[in-house]
Each structure stands twice: as structure tokens, then as C-alpha cells.
Design a protein around this ligand. Structure first.
Ligand SMILES: [Zn+2]
Length: 309
């Protein structure tokens, strides 16, 4: 069996999978702030999973995988810059897990773990490559190609939020101007909305229809998301682009709306027509713990993760 844990901003969610990759049990705790507190919550989740799987489950667990926000050195399992979790100093999470549970532990960035989980979710479609695009407070993506997460040098592949897309756009926290994150990132959207709508959900609520300023903002966000789909497809050549994250989940019928924009853009471009982008886009399912499942599969020793292959 393999344990996978997703450390999200709101919840620590864990799954325990059989060696064939099927789910056995799930467990959740609220996410506290600070490394010791989060580790304690993770241990509660893992202990509950081990108890639910079977009384002597600890003997049968071969690995633990974790997906977490922040910069992760996947070789050492050290997490840095997990600002939203109030983890400021380097956090040797994999070592802590190995010491406590006595099994190999793999820690990965949560977007990369989600991409791995999405690949398993779409296993029946037999796709060779997939990109998961996370549009939340920040914007990032991860590609899984031929069963492997594309990492690039320094694990930097997928930081599309900081690709400049608008030379006349807003300043970005990274020091550049007009990054994709300044167009579709949740923080940037809320800054632009100041006073006009209370939330992204309000922006897309039926009673906001017809308000011209909000209409412009909705179009800007949806066009930006469509641009992200085009960008990752042209970059990675992915068969599927899965959209998820806090901004995506607050837009009703987001796939329908983005697909319509993609079809409209394709009407003027033979290249885009040939790519059939609207057929590649999927919404990350709300009820499936893609990040936790992906974390488990990423931690699995070779031969233990057939489900995702
Ligand atoms: Zn930037």
C-alpha cells in the first residue's frame, strides 16, 4: 500500500492506495499554520489511514508521498517558501516522515502531484501527456509525459504564472510586467475588483450579468485562461489540459466558457483549428483527491503505480 497526503491551504487530505492503485481509505484534518503543527496534523491523517486500512497496515505500507505548496527539492524532500502555510525556514519533511514511519517518503510540489493524479484519473482515455493548470492565488502548471513529471532544471518547469503576456499590464511581484499571474491569478483579480464585486463567485453570479465593467473583467479572466490552455498545449503538446484551483472552481461552466473562446480564436487560425484545443480541456473533478492520489503514485516504488501508467 501507498499513502498520499495533500497539504492544502485549508485541509490536509490523505488517501491510502492498494499496490494496484485503488483507493482504500481517505482522511482529512484542517490545515494549521506552522511546520510542527502541520506535521502533527499530517501524522493524525496518516495514523487514521493506517488504522482504517487494517490493524497491521504499517507493515504493508511501502512509501508515503506528500504534495505541498512551496518550492520542493524532490531529492532531499526539503520544502521552502511555503508562505501560505507559515513555513519560512527550510522544512525537511521527507526526513521527518521517514523517521516516524520507517518507510521511504517522497515530497513534491502540489501542482506536480495533482498532474500525476490527473493522469491516473484519465487513465481510461490512454493519453500520453497531460498538463494540469492550477489557477488560484498564483498560477502554475505541471506536465506529465510518458508517465514522468516534467521537472526541468531546478524543478522550475511549469512556472507559467510568470510568463509575461501583456507588455502594458500590471507589475508582478516577481519584478516583471504583465505576467500571466497578473491577468488570471486570484490575488490580481481581487485587486482589480476592489469595490465592484466581493469575490470571484460574485463576479460570475447571474446578477452581475449586464454590468459592463464586470463583463469586461469576466472576459479578461476567461480569455486569459484560454490563453493559458493554448500556451501549455503549444509548449508541451499535451493531449489533455486539466484546469483546477480556486479561481477555476468559482467560475460556473468554466470549461464551456473557455471552450467557446478557444473555438472563436480558432476560427481565425488554421493552426489553432488543427489543435482542436477545446477538445483537450477538462475540469479537475471536485470529488476526487487528485493531489493526494498523485502524491501517493509519485512516491510509489517502480511497479507499484500501474494505475497511472
Ligand atoms: Zn511574475
Amino acid at each position: 500500500m501507498i499513502v498520499g497526503v495533500d497539504v492544502g491551504g485549508s485541509n490536509v487530505h490523505g488517501v491510502i492506495l492498494s499496490s494496484q492503485g485503488s483507493g482504500i481509505a481517505e482522511a482529512t484534518r484542517d490545515t494549521p499554520r506552522g511546520p510542527e503543527q502541520i506535521f502533527a496534523a499530517m501524522c493524525e491523517v496518516i495514523d487514521e489511514l493506517l488504522a482504517a486500512a487494517q490493524p497491521d497496515a504499517r507493515d504493508a505500507v511501502v512509501a508515503i508521498g506528500v504534495g505541498t505548496p512551496g518550492t520542493v527539492d524532490v531529492r532531499s524532500g526539503v520544502v521552502e517558501n511555503a508562505v501560505n502555510l507559515a513555513v519560512s525556514d527550510p522544512w525537511a519533511l521527507a526526513q521527518l516522515l521517514r523517521d516516524r514511519y520507517g518507510v521511504p517518503a517522497h515530497v513534491d510540489n502540489d501542482v506536480k502531484a495533482t498532474a500525476r493524479g490527473a493522469m491516473a484519473w484519465l487513465a481510461s482515455e490512454h493519453v500520453s501527456s497531460l498538463v494540469y493548470v492550477n489557477v488560484g492565488t498564483g498560477v502554475a502548471c505541471a506536465c506529465v509525459a510518458n508517465g514522468e513529471i516534467v521537472r526541468g532544471a531546478d524543478n522550475i518547469a511549469g512556472e507559467i504564472g510568470h510568463i509575461p503576456v501583456d507588455p502594458a499590464g500590471a507589475a508582478c511581484a516577481c519584478g516583471q510586467v504583465g505576467c500571466l499571474e497578473t491577468v488570471i491569478g486570484g490575488g490580481a483579480i481581487m485587486a482589480r475588483l476592489a469595490g465592484q464585486a466581493q469575490s470571484i463567485s460574485d463576479l460570475f453570479a447571474p446578477d452581475a450579468e449586464g454590468k459592463t465593467a464586470l463583463e469586461t473583467e469576466r472576459a479578461r479572466i476567461l480569455t486569459g485562461i484560454a490563453l493559458a490552455v493554448e500556451l501549455v498545449t503549444l509548449t508541451y503538446g499535451a493531449d489533455r489540459v486539466v484546469l483546477g484551483g480556486g479561481v477555476i472552481s468559482r467560475i460556473p461552466d468554466v470549461i464551456g466558457r473557455v471552450s467557446e473562446i478557444l473555438r472563436t480564436r480558432a476560427a481565425h487560425s488554421g493552426l489553432l483549428t488543427s489543435l482542436r484545443l477545446h477538445e483537450r480541456v477538462r475540469l479537475a473533478p471536485a470529488g476526487i483527491a487528485l493531489a493526494a492520489i498523485g502524491a501517493a503514485l509519485t512516491a510509489a516504488p517502480s511497479g507499484e503505480d500501474q494505475k497511472g501508467k
